[in-house]
Design a binder for this molecule. Structure first.
Ligand code: AMP
Ligand code: MG
Length: 347
């Protein structure tokens, strides 16, 4: 066990936060940092020992590769090689969405340690929009490998408190940048040359939606789960294991109210979309607790933002089961339903 410190990245503390994090990263340590999606556990991508510490702290299996975060476009060339035939599409996507929650799968630069990519010949890269994250990356002068700062298979953390619960005693430092603005992990895409237009395969739905990407190419969802061993053939991202983002309390994603057969001796809590009486499942059962993703009118961006926070809250509420209402699968609703389905899969 090690002592885990938390440093706030508030304005008056900003410089101190940047230098404390950078100093540890330079010494080959790992540090939890805020991004606009979820908190990441960062380490210098070119330092295999630091990368190994990320896997160890998360108890992440070595077959699940990490996302690499660059602080500038020039840094992208240190970790990935952009094939000529997709160069123009990549440029357009970066202009439109970087810095932001879009991760690209690209052929890997030989300097990136195999541990980062789990031996794949591709690397997942993004540039975070978080000011503090990028400031630390810039100060370090190295790209950062940074998967979500949770233990493997668990709910991604959207606050420093949630990181603390996940990784206390396992890492030296958490930078507290407040709640994450998006609350869901980045969209992961793979780009290929298509017949008429490039094809964009969405390996993990996220804040950059299908609707936002369709101007840039023909959108495809991965056809069927594979083991991820060859993602140059649009396949599934290894993190798209069926069970992921799971609370400890069993979660039932109730697509049809008629399928609900409660055991009256058990305690059920509801994760509702709006929480409004008369809408969704609020009156289906005398729930022990009701939490609303977007109270009142129901807005998908708010639902996405609050999803992981509320899953954690319900997980801590002493329930036997969490029942989740489905949301409509348009826009951000695709990513929300993706996470709910994974949370509901039996481990
Ligand atoms: P996390 O940052 O914890 O959300 O996880 C990173 C996820 O990015 C992994 O679980 C994979 O789903 C995905 N990923 C990383 N590298 C690759 C790659 N080379 N090909 C496909 N997916 C990747
Ligand atoms: Mg993760």
């Amino acid at each position: 066990m090690q002592q885990t410190s938390v440093i706030s990245a508030s304005d008056e503390n900003y410089k101190e936060a940047v230098s404390a994090a950078t100093e540890l990263l330079r010494a080959g340590e790992v540090v939890a940092l805020p991004t606009e999606t979820v908190y990441g556990l960062a380490g210098n991508v070119f330092d295999p020992n630091a990368v190994a510490k990320i896997f160890a702290a998360k108890e992440r299996p070595s077959f699940d590769p990490l996302i690499v975060h660059v602080s500038s476009r020039t840094e992208l060339e240190r970790v990935a090689v952009i094939p000529d035939e997709i160069q123009a599409t990549v440029e357009k996507l970066l202009n439109a969405f970087w810095p932001g929650p879009l991760t690209l799968i690209l052929p890997k630069h030989p300097d990136v340690p195999d541990l980062v990519t789990s031996g794949l010949n591709t690397v997942a890269v993004r540039q975070s929009a978080s000011k503090i994250f990028r400031a630390i990356g810039k100060e370090l002068g190295q790209p950062l490998a940074a998967p979500s700062a949770n233990r493997f298979g668990r709910i991604s953390p959207t606050s420093a408190t949630a990181v603390h619960k996940e990784l206390d005693g396992r890492i030296p430092l958490i930078i507290d940048g407040g709640a994450c603005a998006e609350g869901l992990e980045s969209t992961i895409i793979h780009i290929a040359v298509g017949e008429k237009r490039p094809t964009i395969t969405i390996l993990r739905p996220g804040p950059v939606t299908k609707e936002m990407l369709q101007n840039f190419g023909k959108i495809e969802r991965p056809k069927r789960p594979r083991d991820g061993s060859d993602v140059t053939q649009p396949a599934v991202a290894p993190g798209m294991l069926p069970s992921h983002y799971a609370p400890r309390t069993p979660l039932i994603l109730l697509e049809n109210a008629a399928d609900f057969r409660p055991d009256r001796s058990k305690k059920y809590g509801l994760l509702s979309y709006t929480g409004e009486p008369g809408k969704g499942y609020t009156q289906l059962y005398p729930w022990a607790v009701v939490e609303a993703l977007s109270p009142g009118n129901g807005k998908l961006p708010e639902a996405a933002l609050r999803l992981f926070h509320l899953l954690r809250k319900l997980d801590d509420a002493g329930l036997d089961f969490i029942v989740a209402e489905p949301v409509s699968e348009v826009g951000l609703g695709v990513a929300v339903m993706d996470r709910l389905r994974r949370a509901a899969s039996p481990a």
